[in-house]
Design a protein around this ligand. Structure first.
Ligand code: SF4
Length: 395
């Protein structure tokens, strides 16, 4: 199949500087460092209307028609010139905050950015998350990139309440199958989320996810971001409230996790849970046959469902970093107080998430804020749904 870019479309309109000045500053800032990578978002706006969309956090939910904040080339320059970007090392995410990258009007910009990065010889991981249509001709374009380590994550929740999720989950299911069937130079991951107890965790939902996972190089399951702005939207629109409270981190209750793990468990196969992961970067790394770039292997209990050869890979790649080197890097980023390195993580004070992710990805070792401890087993998730409110502190 040839890798011709699908029929040329007119580029998306650019917002004027006055319009950009009227956006929330965080939305106008096209680059955000997130745990799975440095995220480029110079297209904003989406018609898919998922009720739990993070665009609520940016007051952007009403912008249905995607618009650009800058040209693709300017965006690429901003990304590779960013102070936290490291060629071949920093994982990248494209259009994962304010639009869907596979919308027909957005896709040409996605491909243009991928092409620009690939032509520069960048071998960084690139994560693309979609719930929209992916056709065989799209796969041909995705296969045409020679340098990037590309992963397409397909969001599938199975939520069938159209008021919460108007897009038919069957679209994502077809896209996943198409991507998997045509994958040569990229990998595809079933992004099973957001899982909400009582809404999409029935046996039928779990069975469907298990079927879909056969069409993916890996599967990751995760919970719901339920922040105040999203809760307000639910209340205003009379949607069933998934939780009584909101949380800074994703909510993945212990009981729901247990149900999923039990459902996927096949005791007499070599890897009893197959290619099922709790963390996005673990699924991406596994799909490419590499160790996790977030160093989750330090949080041993996360790895208890992981395939044995992957545990061996992550363990072999793990190097406890040198305290002096880490301290110097952390100080340069503005860390205050003592820097500590434990078996699980680098512990810092005074650094917010972007510089912590910079350290984490640089050393492939978890980097935590002393004031926001991760708790045993509920690692990186909200305390909601875990019996011991906050659980024991990690050692
Ligand atoms: S061994 Fe642990 S860190 Fe590595 S991919 Fe598996 S779960 Fe993730």
């Amino acid at each position: 199949m040839s890798a011709t870019t699908p029929a040329a479309r007119r580029p998306l309109p650019l917002l004027t500087s006055e319009q950009i000045a009227g956006l929330k500053p965080a939305l106008a800032d096209v680059i955000e460092y997130r745990k799975s990578g440095l995220s480029l978002n110079h297209v904003i706006g989406c018609p898919l209307d998922c009720g739990y969309c993070v665009r609520h956090l940016f007051d952007n939910f009403e912008l249905k028609a995607p618009r650009r904040l800058m040209s693709d080339e300017e965006a690429v320059q901003a990304l590779i010139g960013h102070r936290y970007f490291r060629p071949h090392k920093t994982p990248i995410q494209l259009f994962n905050r304010a639009t869907d990258p596979m919308l027909p009007v957005v896709k040409p910009h996605l491909f243009a950015v991928l092409r620009a990065l690939d032509e520069r010889g960048m071998t960084n991981h690139v994560l693309i998350i979609t719930r929209w249509r992916v056709e065989p001709e799209d796969c041909a374009v995705l296969n045409s990139f020679r340098n990037l380590r590309l992963t397409v994550l397909v969001t599938h929740s199975g939520i069938d309440n159209p008021a919460i999720e108007p897009v038919d989950s069957a679209i994502a299911a077809r896209s996943l199958a198409t991507l998997y069937q045509h994958a040569e130079h990229y990998r595809t991951v079933l992004y099973w989320r957001p899982i909400v107890p009582g809404l999409n965790d029935s046996d039928e939902h779990l069975e469907r996810a298990r079927e879909l996972s056969a069409h993916a190089h890996a599967t990751v399951f995760t919970g719901l971001f339920f922040r105040r702005e999203i809760a307000d939207y639910y209340a205003t629109n009379g949607l069933p409230m998934p939780y009584d409270d909101t949380a800074r981190r994703k909510i993945m209750p212990e009981v729901a996790e247990r149900r999923i793990l039990d459902f996927f468990h096949v005791p007499d196969r070599p890897d009893p849970w197959g290619a099922l992961f709790r963390k996005t970067s673990c699924a991406v790394a596994y799909a490419h046959g590499e160790a996790d770039y977030n160093g989750h292997v330090g949080i041993e209990e996360l790895c208890d469902i992981c395939p044995a050869d992957q545990v061996a890979r992550c363990t072999a790649a793990r190097v406890r970093p040198d305290l002096e080197e880490v301290s110097a890097a952390a100080r340069q980023l503005g860390a205050t107080g003592p820097v500590e390195i434990t078996e699980r993580a680098i512990i810092v004070e005074g650094l917010d998430e972007p510089p912590r992710y910079f350290l984490q990805h640089g050393f492939a070792y978890q980097c935590h804020d002393r004031d926001k401890p991760h708790h045993y087993r509920q690692h990186g998730r909200a305390p909601i749904g875990w019996a011991a409110e906050n659980g024991p502190r990690t050692p």
